[in-house]
Every structure is written in C-alpha cells, then in structure tokens.
Design a protein around this ligand. Structure first.
Ligand SMILES: C[S@@+](CC[C@H](N)C(=O)[O-])C[C@H]1O[C@@H](n2cnc3c(N)ncnc32)[C@H](O)[C@@H]1O
Length: 248
C-alpha cells in the first residue's frame, strides 16, 4: 500500500506517551492516520465522528484525536471491560491539561527507574499540540450484539468506524460463539450506521472476508495486515445485513 495521507514522521515518541499494556497489540500510528485519511476521502463532510467498536486500550482513538484534524467526537466500545481504564487514560490526553499531566507522570517514571526514554517521552508530551480536543465516550458493548451497540452509540451518528479486529491469543473474539468473526462484525456494526458512513476494518492475514455480495470501496495489504473500507449502506443491502436499522 502506498501512503497518501500520512507522512513517514517518526512516531516512536508518541508510542511512549500513550499508555498500553504488555501483549495488547495496537495499530501502528502511521497506518491509523492513513486509514482515517482514506475513509475521509470517501466522505464529503467537514467534521467526523469516529467509532472504534473494538477500542481496547483506546490507542487508535487517542492517536486520531491527537493527530487527525476535523474530528468532532470519538466513541469507543469493547466487549471486555478490562482495558477500558487504559482507554480512558489515553483519551484523557485529549482533555485540557491531559498531556501536561502525562508528561509529569513520565518524568516521575524516569526519575524512579532511571530510564531516559521516559524523559524523552515527557519532552514529547510537552511539545505535542493535539489536532483537537473532541469529546469522547468509552463503554462496554459486544460489537456482535446489534441492540447493545445501538444503545451504546446512542444518538451519536458515527461517520467512520475504524477497528483493529481481534486476532491471536491476547485479543480473540468474545464471546466465542460460532460465527463470530469479521463478516458477523461488519454486518452487525453496519446495521447501526447511517448508509453513507464508512467502515474500516483491519485484520491479520492476507485478506479480510466481507459479507456475501458486498463490494468493498478499497482493499489494502499492509505487511502482515489486510484492511477493507466499506460503505455502511452496502452492508445494509447484503443478505446478512437484513434487519439493518436505517437512521437516514
Ligand atoms: C486488536 S485489539 C484492539 C486494540 C485497540 N484498537 C487499541 O487501540 O488498543 C481487539 C479488541 O477487540 C475486542 N473484542 C473482542 N471481541 C469483541 C466483541 N465481540 N465486541 C467488541 N470488542 C471485541 C478485544 O477485547 C480487544 O480489545
């Protein structure tokens, strides 16, 4: 894949500013910004509400809030309540004083552990100017449960879904019901969205399966990852999207 929307800037320092947990995979920063840029290119609207239905530690949403201009709201949901405190801390960086507080925390870690990398991250946190300070929410919801996610999204009308799907042992699909996987995810999430919204999903592997009859706007390969961009209205029209909830 050729990057069209995100430059090759060194994002190592930003990774250190964000809070993550060992073994919890996150999308690379540059890829996150690129995928939002591609989703935006399929939309004609100035401000975007972005929803990550598998938000985990909230790294994807926090990266977008910090680096992507024109975001009006961020919505995070995940079936597992475990990482949501990390998500609240990462999204807290977007609040006034959030980066300064994180810089103080990193300086304290540097002093305690004698690690210059923490001090470097603290310096970065102090110089970082967030692209915006959009309001955000984080809630527990199973993305495969249409009623639950519809309730969690509430009156917000996401323009873009950006999700790094569960893969591997640390982040497998839950509940492990038969049929859980990318296709069920896309149908369920699509049913909650307005027809014009764009869904971006990323998975490990060579290709990402989509519901029968749905033609993606784009298919991408990035190293060991595959991504698709789809229009929610196309998901509504697929046989498995039947029962879609139209909000237009
Ligand atoms: C690859 S991680 C996402 C990492 C996340 N983007 C971040 O920034 O930290 C995949 C996430 O999917 C979640 N997940 C698994 N099954 C789910 C489901 N049915 N509904 C919602 N989230 C689910 C896992 O709990 C995990 O947090």
């Amino acid at each position: 894949m050729q990057y069209r929307h995100a430059g090759p800037a060194d994002r190592t320092a930003l990774d250190a500013v964000l809070v993550s947990a060992p073994g919890r995979p996150t999308l690379p920063v540059r890829l996150t910004v690129e995928l939002l840029g591609r989703a935006r290119s399929h939309l004609d609207r100035p401000g975007l509400t972005v929803w990550d239905p598998c938000c985990g530690a909230g790294v994807t949403l926090a990266v977008l809030g910090l680096l992507a201009p024109g975001i009006t709201a961020l919505v995070g949901t995940d079936v597992d309540p475990g990482p949501l405190d990390l998500a609240r801390r990462n999204l807290g960086l977007l609040s006034p004083g959030g980066l300064a507080a994180r810089a103080d925390e990193l300086d304290a870690l540097s002093a305690r552990h004698g690690k210059p990398a923490y001090a470097e991250a603290a310096r970065h946190a102090r110089t970082l100017v967030p692209a915006g300070c959009p309001p955000w929410t984080v809630e527990v919801a199973d993305a495969l449960d249409r009623d639950r996610t519809r309730a969690a999204v509430g009156e917000r009308r996401p323009d873009v879904v950006l999700a790094d799907l569960p893969h591997g042992r640390q982040t497998s699909w839950a509940p492990t019901t038969a049929g859980a996987g990318p296709e069920a995810f896309l149908s369920a999430v699509g049913s909650v969205l307005d027809p014009g919204a764009v869904v971006v999903a990323v998975d490990r592997g060579r290709t990402l399966p989509v519901p029968a009859g749905v033609r993606p706007l784009e298919r991408l390969r990035v190293g060991h990852r595959a991504a698709v961009l789809l229009r929610a209205g196309d998901l509504h029209r697929s046989p498995s999207g039947a029962g879609a909830h139209s909000r237009a």
